[in-house]
Design a protein around this ligand. Sequence first.
Ligand code: ZN
Length: 310
Amino acid sequence: MSILFLNPVLKDTIWGGTRLKEFGYDLPSDHVGECWGISAHPNGDCEIAFGEYKGAKLSSMWAEHRELFDNVEGDTFPLLTKIIAAEDDLSIQVHPDNSYAFANENGSLGKMECWYVLDADPNTTIVVGHNADSKDELVSMIDEHRFNDLIRETPISKGDFFQINPGTVHAIKGGTVILETQQSSDITYRLYDYDRLDNGKLRELHLDKSKDVIVSPYKKPELHVGGFKATVNKGFQELVNTEYYTVWKCDVDGEANIKEDQHFMLVSVIDGDGLVDDYKISKGSHFIICKDQDEVTFNGNMSLIISTVN
Ligand code: ZN
């Protein structure tokens, strides 16, 4: 019977701070921006925290124990769950899709991602999409450096949810904490950095690749494409269902039996605490319920974000 508990990988970023302490993590510095909670990506490969497989990397679990993941095919563990806490604005970026990344980035996966907003300071906005009506207009707005007209900003608050398809211009701003579920990829093209200086220099932009991959005009994505796996679990609220992943939110109040009716389930505790079977969990815990586990029992008062690969 397998639940794989993971030690998160914490990442320093120039826009990071100390808010990830709220999730119970020991921070290595005062500018930690990202917690890679469930990841087998080479830039942050999580270790199993305890139990039979203690110390093993998630990438090697995927390589050597594929039965725990329902024998899903693929060279790399497909998903990555992060908590991102921004003290300062992130640069504005865009990701390629699988076919562009495969051809131009050494066979990497593309990156589709989605965000559940865990917290946002009052009057915070988020950048999702752009205002150009066509590819030609997009290219001329970039060439003319009209980024403030180009980017599309929306106010946000706790509990909002955004699906970011490949080719979507996006960025979070300072004062935002999100849980991100994404394809396991680290390919990012930087479009605009608010002309900020880093050690006296502008950070590199990737304008040609950005022009290649940005979809114009921006179209708000469908959240529930459907046709993929559903769940029998009544308490699951579907946030998004796409070609690559399905993500749910589940609130536990007391006892909840959850059937593992997917290939496997990635679980992150975003609030509260309690038990999963006999194991203590709390805000900031990340684990995988594997295929050999028919069901688990949660006890306590907590909110979970659960995802699976489609
Ligand atoms: Zn992104």
